[in-house]
Design a protein around this ligand. Structure first.
Ligand code: GLV
Ligand code: MN
Ligand code: MN
Length: 411
């Protein structure tokens, strides 16, 4: 086998995807594997055992991120990293994140099988808590790695039951000893499903991801006044839920005012005291908004703040927006993007450049490591859904592009 015709084993990759999908597998065919839960522990144990069986050296950092390294001929060279995440949304699919990690494993198994030595070492990474569904924000481990998130702050983040991130990490036994960010990489490549409709619509197999939207996450609160549902006239109420409803619709208006790439989402809402005959005095909710253009993202911020203050004063409630995450749009590294594009072309795969609407660990590593991403299509562009689906052929194509890209970079 020479380097030019080396390909991954698509049956083995698919079998691994299906095997691990059973850890947290849902009746509807998705995965519920929230970060730092028992299911996450089980998939991490599987990962640790599997990479050791593949002869790789495993390290774990203080954020629980797992690094499996295959040595290179030249130990003085910084490793080339491949990676993504094994945690999922509560109603996640089988591919978001998982594909990037398991395709990386498949790449290393392929190099082992062919007895190929690279110049630089290669490191496969399973980043902790990419999703942010249990502990907000997401991408927090790669954020600490990149020096953009404070580690002590990350450790104190709480889930909805008040469990601290650091305690959950200890509970599953994955708080490592390695200082976060100590390992430096020569490059980082993340393979992921597109999570949008473009590649499928255009009949393209590979997306060369050149940029990613900026994203802002906020924990929000409307403070009104509780009172009796029967005896409080409509015109004297300070109903937190009705003010929330108006604000929610305003956020839906602000996004498209900034072009079709602006998006805003309210994913979690809680009205208190949650009694049918008490007017809600408080609403807690999350807000996620994104745009690929930094100035447009700023305009969205202003539009949202203006809506909050106008609705707040008209309805005599207080709308508070606490921004806990603010990642401006980024561009990926030109040279690593070129390596991805060249690899797709060498394999004769149709490809185009594309911008990521989703957040990824690669978006964070990009500020400290030359980074790029590879996208493959997913059915109907649907992700963060148990019905998320990608074909075996497209997964294999993405893994082959990953293999080649890594060979180009590692030498
Ligand atoms: C990660 O899934 C994100 O884009 O929020
Ligand atoms: Mn993902
Ligand atoms: Mn996701």
């Amino acid at each position: 086998v020479t380097r030019t015709n080396l390909t991954i084993d698509s049956d083995r990759l698919w079998a691994t995807l299906m095997e691990t999908a059973e850890i947290g597998g849902t009746p509807k065919g998705g995965i519920n594997r929230l970060t730092l839960t028992e299911e996450d522990r089980r998939v991490r144990d599987w990962f640790a055992q599997t990479v050791r069986e593949a002869g790789l050296e495993l390290g774990i950092d203080q954020m629980g991120t797992m690094y499996a390294t295959r040595p290179g001929r030249d130990p003085s060279r910084k490793p080339i990293a491949m990676g993504s995440h094994l945690d999922t949304q509560p109603t996640g699919g089988k591919f978001d994140g998982v594909l990037g990690v398991l395709a990386g494993l498949e790449v290393l198994r392929t190099l082992n099988g062919a007895g190929i030595e690279t110049e630089a070492p290669i490191t496969l990474v399973n980043w902790t808590n990419e999703e942010g569904a249990r502990f907000a924000p997401g991408m927090v481990a790669s954020g600490v790695y990149a020096g953009e998130v404070d580690q002590a702050w990350a450790m104190e983040r709480q889930d909805r039951d008040g469990v601290r991130f650091g305690d959950a990490l200890d509970a599953i036994g994955y708080r490592g000893t390695e200082p976060v960010g100590e390992r430096r990489f020569g490059a980082m490549v993340e393979l992921h499903i597109e999570q949008g409709p473009i590649l499928e619509l255009e009949g393209k197999t590979i997306g060369v991801v050149t940029a990613a939207k900026g994203s802002i996450w906020a924990d929000c609160r409307v403070l009104g006044r509780e009172s009796h549902a029967g005896s409080t006239p409509m015109n004297v109420r300070r109903d937190a839920l009705m003010a929330f409803a108006e604000f929610a619709l305003a956020s839906e208006t602000v996004a498209p005012q900034n072009g079709p790439d602006g998006v805003a989402t309210i994913g979690v809402v809680e009205a208190l005291p949650a009694s049918r005959n008490t007017i809600p005095g408080e609403v807690r909710f999350t807000l996620d908004y994104r745009h690929p253009d930094a100035e447009a993202l700023d305009r969205m911020t202003r539009g949202i703040d203006e809506a909050a203050s106008a609705i707040g004063s008209a309805r005599r409630v207080d709308i508070q927006i606490e921004r806990i995450w603010n990642k401006p749009p980024i561009a990926f590294d030109e040279q690593v993007c070129r390596a991805v594009e060249t690899s797709a072309a060498e394999l004769g795969l149709s490809h185009r450049t594309i911008t990521s609407g989703a957040g990824h660990d690669a978006v964070l590593t990009a500020s400290v490591v030359p980074t790029a991403m590879i996208f493959v299509p997913c059915k109907d562009g649907i992700s963060h859904n148990e019905a998320e689906s990608a074909t075996k052929e497209d997964c294999a194509a993405g893994a082959n592009v990953l293999l080649r890209t890594v060979l180009h970079l590692a030498g």
